[in-house]
Write a protein that binds this ligand. Sequence first.
Ligand code: KG4
Ligand code: ZN
Length: 327
Amino acid sequence: MRVLGIESSCDETGVALYDTDKGLLAHRLFSQIAMHAEYGGVVPELASRDHIRRVLPLLREALVDANMTMADIDGIAYTAGPGLIGALLTGASIARSMAWGLNIPAVGVHHMEGHLLAPMLEENPPELPFVALLVSGGHTMLVDVPRIGEYHILGESVDDAAGEAFDKTAKLMGLDYPGGPLLAKLAEQGREGIYKFPRPMVDRPGCDFSFSGLKTFSLTTWQKSGQTEQDKADIARAFEEAVVDTLFIKCRRALEQAGRKRLVVAGGVGANRRLRARLAELKAEVYFPRLAFCTDNGAMIAYAGALRLQAGASEAAVINARPRWAL
Ligand code: KG4
Ligand code: ZN
């Protein structure tokens, strides 16, 4: 079965073609980051309009890459939520209309399910069961996955997501949007031990996170510093270490609590090098998707949808999008 996946929940348009026998055939992505950067964050209306412009050209390119035509598509998967309502509706409308026109089934996929299944697209995919750490700009959660489709949330952020804390800390020190990767780059020049940031909620039982305090800590530290380039790098380093350390401690706890020996890491912050290095210290097998599939992409949606379509799933031909949607 050949499945088209469409991702349009935020500021990235992703399109992919996945074959349930042969694996991933093609994937294309357009990032709107440059367009939103001048506003310091994602402008929802601009995002929706750009998704409209991008989906079909990206699909045409993917079809060429996969040496396929529209008639070869057997099913469609699209991100139905959570995300920006207008952006989601764009993908949902295109997916549903195409499915209707081609007389093939379509299913709405949960964006975070897509992220947590992304490592399954790699050459050595993790076996089940596993614990997944989902760390993106919108979510930070630890999920126990006994089998695909069954997700038990072990803990999540009570306020800001880890990526959001990265972006906000970067912004207050004058870095461009999205600041996460830029802050991580800057942290490489930071000296160890100049600043000591707290590790929020590690003394409390459970696997919940809280990152909004770290962002405030960054603000006061930055204001009290000399605000030189070196201060910026030192703060970036201390901030990054605090986030990474906190994630490490909670991952170790989640694995113990669920009795699992495998950890899957997904979501944009999963691209962070320090996090990757630190999690490798866990007494567990740790799986990461390739960098391109850590951030939003169509391949993870095609994969998650293909599993359901292959099992015979079909949904009513209704254009639905759920900006808020529990995993
Ligand atoms: O999963 P994603 O592409 O989008 C959603 O939020 O769904 O994640 C984007 C987030 C942003 O907050 C971005 O700053 C962060 O991931 N991010 C990073 C790095 N690369 C992306 N944060 C820290 N270090 C990185 N290398
Ligand atoms: Zn995402």
